[in-house]
Design a protein around this ligand. Sequence first.
Ligand code: XUL
Length: 554
Amino acid sequence: MGNDGPTLLRTPMFPPLFLGLDLSTQQLKAVLIAEDASVVHESAVHFDNDLPKYNTVNGAIQGPLDGEVTSPVAMWLDAIDLLMERMKSAGVDFSAIAAISGAGQQHGSVYWSADAETLLSSLDAKLPLREQLAPNAFSIQRAPIWQDSSTTEDCRALEDVIGGPQILADLSGSRAYERFTGSQISKIRRLDAAAYAATSRISLVSSFIPSLFLGHIAPIEVSDASGMNLMNVLSCKWDHRLLEACGGPELRVKLGPEPVPGGTSLGKISEWWLKRWGFSPECIVAPFTGDNPATVVSLSAPGDALLSLGTSTTLLLSIPPADTPPKRFTTSHLLSHPTTLDAQIAMLCYKNGALAREQIRDRFCEGDWDRFNTDVESTPAGNNGYMGLYFPLPEIIPPNVVGDFFYKVEDNASITPVENIPNDAHPRAILESQFLSIRSRIAAILPPHAPHLHRLVVAGGSSSNDTIRQLAADLFDMKVYVSGTKQAAGMGGALLAKYAWWRAAQGDTGTFEEMTGGEVGELKCVAEPRPEMTKVYDELVGVYQLCEEEAVKR
Ligand code: XUL
């Protein structure tokens, strides 16, 4: 008898898995979840350590021009090839992945050559991505990233054309910022007209990765598009005047279609992934978003403040849909929300986050976090009157300030600039000044009639540090919560993948909240504010502002 017994009806992809990738500054990470959002697998590729031939420091290359910071696109491709190898070796069943989405560091941009579409659509399964795409698929080999601050001239020109920083903020959600993609594009067009002319399409980091999965260039997603100074943040459409100002009449074609919301399906995964890695032909690719919006997707409920302590420090607040459009400020950003088109996210972003803290740990605590924490804990709130502001990279808030600034505070009222502060005062000084800067700005970015912020959810590398969590609870006067998942942005990406799959299954309808039942992942309270400490910090906010004003004037 032949092998023709009863046919086993194997339903493909059950139980389905959802893949979230996060291409961040220093690593490419993968989070694979099951339908109940439990994590099935995590892996990562660390650019400096795993791909040393690219000579990056913390994932990036400085220069050659002043303030320029880029990452090699070939390195990102190598990282994807290596990540897939690692997932395969760990036994991941690619055929069970029903949808893919993810997150990318915001603002970074990738410049595709005229050959890109052909190369993307004809990938050979015997060869890795990098070998086939770099350098020929790109008109510029190094992608400008969010740490870049080389475009001040382009920023001022953009604000002038539009009528000033407030008008630009009202329209696009932010005044002109050096790292925002519009000014990056304008600089390339100004300094390297040939490369600009040779660019057929421009992707954000977040639309670059889905392009690889789709085998053609993906549209840009609405929330991450808000980090470009090119989109109307309320209508979520490209703004003609902004496009003209940054990239001339040809920019619209280079950007591709209007930005797309999260939770949509961009199409099925392309052949290369089926043949090389065994993905299912049914696997759908959903838009990726920025790392900060993805963190909001995975961790935040309205009324929560979210503090992401990664390479950058960001404070994120979800602003639910309202009758009056949210106010826009020139020190914070307003982003469109990745899953709710009429909601927004308010964001403060600091460049000197984890790397600045690590420098203090290395300079004063022999590279040891325990010593760093002991120094913090053996010093009282207020740091015996020592204040230190640390900006190793040109800062975003306050704009473009660089260097270290030290002060002695008298009676919580006056400050005297000093050369230095005692060695063991630096660890507490950096934490207090970083957090006081945020605290001094939170009230201003809250939407009118916002309920009192009741909890602070912390994420990112430093959120596992007990001392940092306690200081945050005391200084912000909020209970501090952490999530079970360390990879908040990757988890947000995996949830966006599931959202696209879930919506597609029910005829492209349904809100993200309907899918999750309004629940964010399990959050655990890890620190509570101590009133006597909070009182000290209440009085220090004004003093911090004096120090910052002094540092800016120097
Ligand atoms: C946000 C920003 C950074 C990057 C890198 O505006 O520049 O947070 O997204 O994480």
